[in-house]
Write a protein that binds this ligand. Structure first.
Ligand code: FAD
Ligand code: FO1
Length: 451
């Protein structure tokens, strides 16, 4: 595997002992470079290999909707890993305590984890590294071109990172090795996780119900990909901007939880379709998604007004005192109680389905900017609602999507207008020109009206 995916976070003292893969972002066994690297070390060192996942309560405000999707996927993973004689252990608590404790308990020899640009994950790793003495590696198993290798700085826009990524794709868009049954795991008893205890350990918001239109786990993710390639990819370019059609791939919940690899998605798209037919899809899947990781890694203010570019802060500040025709509170937004039926329908889709159509997300966030007290308040509300209700929330794509919509990140200045300043504007008439607004409103009634 390409060594440029691997980063040594801490050298530590090289010693005998089990190889531990601390799985976090990439919650899958197949097509997972972090697992591949761990399995290689286990074979090389003739040491047992175990996978651990540290379940943290209240991760960035996640509700039972997201935890349910994640835990069902991890349960499937436990069963799959057992087929390769590899134990998958769920640990409960804060990683910086629980991981070092586990490492010491089994006297492990080396720790591997997967890459994630979010601040919370970087703090987990920093605090864990301080408490362990063994070598600690990080593998970028999420990006096709490793985030830190694609660029060493915050990129200005898609066109700047696209050049860098496309040049490196031939080196990184390679096939994955198959996982092999573990030879050295004889002495590592396969642990059976107590899933009742795991579910019972969650003290999270249960009011945001799990959804049933999408099935969690690696198998369902692969089926969703196959269905998308067979039946939707060729129409993707036109269909993807019409929220009344089901034209998107619906892969984002699986990509967010790492239940499918973006590299697998790209490899299969290119295997079955000539690149010009999958071009617009791959632009989103590769360039836009990897640009989001770049933004969150190099701009730690990715969830703040302060993270916007100077031109955007200036223009929004110049229009801070503009009269807002409407101003809504978080509660009014959350209950889809604005004056605009289209916006309310988008909020209903988010609450009911846990996944708002990509085109509507831009419009939805921009209206929050238009109808909030301030850009800071708008960003806070957009992130809060997106993370609370969306299956794919708490993701670099989401922080970047909100910053694009409200702060013009990766976008340019547009004709100046009230409240928005030079931030790109979107409105109801623009939507009417794009798709059948009444149809979308009809499709996305308030949940209680559906009963
Ligand atoms: P498809 O159109 O089938 O795209 C396939 C994949 O390409 C997506 O899963 C995603 O990984 C990537 N992709 C597509 N569009 C974008 C984009 N604009 N930016 C980055 N990657 C993209 N995406 C999330 O994963 N989580 C979020 O929380 C999220 N919040 C958003 C909030 C706002 C305000 C905006 C404007 C966009 C947000 N996005 C988010 C990006 C995008 O809307 C979703 O990735 C996409 O709608 C997911 O549905 P899909 O997988 O069916 O998309
Ligand atoms: N990652 C973990 O390592 N442990 C968790 O307990 C955990 C909970 C969680 C809940 C909701 C959610 O959307 C993500 C969650 N993640 C957790 C992180 C996730 O695996 C992704 O790594 C990031 O959110 C995306 O960068």
């Amino acid at each position: 595997m390409n060594k440029n995916r691997i980063r040594l976070l801490q050298t530590g003292i090289d010693k005998k002992g089990a190889v531990v893969y601390w799985m976090s972002r990439d919650q899958r066994l197949y097509d997972n470079w972090a697992f591949t690297f761990a399995q290689g070390l286990s074979r090389e060192r003739k040491e047992p290999l175990t996978i651990i996942f540290c379940l943290q309560n209240n991760f960035l405000g996640a509700t039972i909707r997201q935890y349910g999707f994640m835990l069902r996927g991890l349960h499937e993973l436990e069963l799959e890993a057992a087929k390769y004689n590899i134990s998958f252990r769920m640990l409960i608590g804060s990683p910086e305590n629980v991981i070092p404790q586990f490492i010491n308990e089994i006297d492990a020899g080396v720790l591997i984890t997967d890459f994630d640009p979010l601040k919370i994950k970087r703090v987990w790793k920093r605090d864990t590294a301080k408490k362990i003495k063994i070598p600690f590696y990080e593998v970028d198993a999420h990006n096709i071109v490793p985030c830190l290798y694609a660029s060493n700085k915050e990129e200005f826009a898609a066109y700047t990172i696209r050049l860098k990524i496309n040049k490196l794709l031939p080196e990184f868009l390679d096939e994955y090795p198959k996982p092999e049954a573990a030879k050295n795991n004889a002495d590592l008893r396969l642990c059976k996780n107590d899933w009742d205890k795991i579910w019972g350990s969650l003290t999270v918001d249960n009011s945001v119900k799990e959804v049933d239109w999408i099935k969690p786990g690696e198998t369902a993710a692969a089926e969703t990909l196959a269905d998308f390639l067979q039946n939707k990819l060729l129409k993707y370019n036109e269909a993807r901007n019409d929220p009344t059609l089901n034209g998107q791939s619906n892969l984002s919940p699986y990509l967010h939880f790492g239940q499918i690899s973006a590299q697998r998605v790209a490899l299969n798209a290119l295997k079955y379709f000539p690149s010009e037919q999958s071009e617009s899809f791959l632009e989103e899947l590769i360039v836009r998604r990897e640009l989001a990781d770049n933004f969150c890694y190099y701009n730690t203010l990715y969830d703040s007004f302060l993270g916007f570019k100077d031109w955007a802060k200036l223009t929004l500040n110049n229009h801070r005192a503009d009269k807002r025709e409407f101003i809504y509170s978080l509660e009014e937004f959350e209950s889809a109680a604005t004056h605009e039926e289209l916006w309310n329908a988008a909020q209903n889709e988010l609450v009911n389905k846990g996944k708002m159509h990509g085109y509507m997300r831009m419009y939805w966030a921009k209206k929050i900017l238009e109808w909030s007290q301030s850009p800071e308040e708008a960003l806070r509300i957009a992130i809060y609602l997106n993370d609370k209700y969306s299956l794919d929330g708490r993701d670099p794509n989401g922080y970047t999507g909100c910053a694009w919509s409200i702060g013009g990140i990766h976008d340019r200045a547009w004709a100046e207008r009230s409240v928005f300043g030079k931030i790109r504007y979107m409105n109801l008439n623009g939507c009417k020109r794009k798709f059948d607004v009444d149809e979308y409103i009809m499709q996305n009634k308030k949940a209680d009206l559906l009963l």
